[in-house]
Unconditional design. Structure first.
Length: 413
């Protein structure tokens, strides 16, 4: 991993370390119905109020018996039935067996269940045709979840994998962190809102649109402040408004070195800049800092740079602020590249790629083509980043490269 940095250009790893070490979890919580808790983050350890399963039950359709009653050859008479929701009452009679179905409570005295496929019905009773072991096919009380024990730790994101299990415990309400409030706006006289006609020299503001989509996927409460013109007074007022309403402020544009890039100087007046300029490509002009109450991230103006820096830096920041302690950084692994890649040493490079498998089933990756920071179509074609080390140069076809698969924020399917 790239660890080096200079005075003005810091590594991605150092930027993440600075960013995550300074930001605390939003501590306010609320109690909400389980049915409304999808994509929320639990604020306390979730403790099971019951055992799962709540009673010993059969893992198979078959017959239950007392193992020591079977002599190995003699059929056993059926003396009762136990079905799910309609258990057998009373203990098992000595020498008999019980017809039992999957999920049905184990009657008193039964210590073994033999699956139906290993039995044969005769005039004298049930003949067991295959050998079996004592205790077979019985699910024990609390085998899955023990009453009073933690099921999920605080900081777990609730989704399809967790919610049905919580519902099976009879829990109807959960304590979650409140949703993160994020103010977002773009800066630049050249920007026009999507859906309005373009004037001469204008382009559509795709960055704010893309950022808002990703924020919604992260279940943030979004305050969209629109497009702010290149006016120091209006921009400063927007920062003051955003700071008063949000936990996190995200701007797009205005953090490079152009004459009309006022963001940095306004931040110097209203707060503190933690860092500015990263040793990554695309996305060098990324700013992070603190206003009087809200945190701030300044994304670059180029669309690919904005999406990449949001993905690599803002996504883990939001996880941290939201209390999502179980969030994990995307896994990287090495595969051969089938196409040559252009690169100049000096910055960690995230190129868009397509990971596939060849006829032998081996993974390989190829470039999506031109990697300019304005070519946003590369994201719609790609399914991964090709991550090239900071001091690496051009890459020939066949060389090994590191890839990082897109998560749900960028997946097209």
């Amino acid at each position: 991993m790239d660890q080096s940095h200079t005075k003005d250009l810091i590594s991605l790893e150092l930027a993440l370390e600075k960013l995550l070490s300074q930001t605390p979890v939003i501590t306010q919580t609320e109690i909400i119905p389980l049915t409304d808790s999808a994509q929320r983050i639990i604020a306390t350890d979730l403790i099971s109020p019951i055992n799962v399963p709540p009673f010993d039950n059969s893992a198979m359709d078959g017959y239950g018996l007392r193992f020591d009653d079977w002599d190995g050859t003699t059929p056993m008479p059926v003396v009762g039935k136990s079905f799910a929701g309609n258990p057998m009452q009373g203990p098992l009679e000595k020498g008999g067996c019980v017809r039992i179905m999957t999920g049905a409570p184990i009657p008193q005295g039964v210590d073994t269940v033999v699956m139906q496929e290993s039995t044969e019905q005769t005039e004298q009773g049930i003949l067991f045709t295959q050998p079996f072991k004592k205790g077979s096919n019985i699910r024990k009380v609390g085998e899955d979840i023990v009453q009073g024990k933690p099921v999920f730790p605080a900081g777990t994101l609730l989704s399809t994998a967790q919610l049905p299990l919580i519902a099976s415990l009879g829990i109807s309400d959960v304590t979650v962190y409140r949703r993160l409030k994020v103010a977002v706006f773009s800066t630049g006289d050249e920007l026009q809102a999507v859906g309005k006609p373009l004037a001469d020299g204008q382009i559509y503001d795709t960055n704010r649109f893309a950022v808002r989509l990703m924020l919604e996927k992260l279940n943030c409460q979004v305050l969209d402040l629109g497009v702010i013109p290149d006016s120091p007074e209006k921009l400063k007022q927007t920062f003051i408004e955003a700071n008063s309403q949000a936990d996190l402020v995200i701007s797009s544009g205005g953090v490079s070195v152009g004459e009309a890039d006022y963001t940095k100087q306004i931040l110097d007046d209203l707060g503190q800049i933690g860092f500015w300029k990263l040793a990554i490509k695309p996305g060098k002009p990324f700013a992070f800092g603190k206003l009087s109450s809200a945190w701030f991230c300044g994304l670059p103006g180029n669309p690919v740079s904005a999406a990449l820096t949001f993905y690599q830096l803002v996504q883990p920041l939001i996880a941290r602020l939201s209390g999502h302690s179980q969030w994990k950084a995307p896994i990287r692994f090495k595969v051969p590249v089938t196409t040559p890649l252009k690169k100049s040493p000096g910055r960690l490079d995230f190129q868009r790629g397509v990971l596939t498998s060849n006829e032998q089933g081996q993974l390989q990756v190829e470039t999506t083509g031109h990697q300019g920071s304005h070519i946003f179509s590369s994201f719609s074609q790609a399914n991964c980043f090709i991550v090239l080390e900071r001091e690496r140069g051009h890459v020939a076809a066949g060389e090994m490269v590191e890839v990082e698969m897109f998560n749900y924020l960028l997946k097209s399917e």
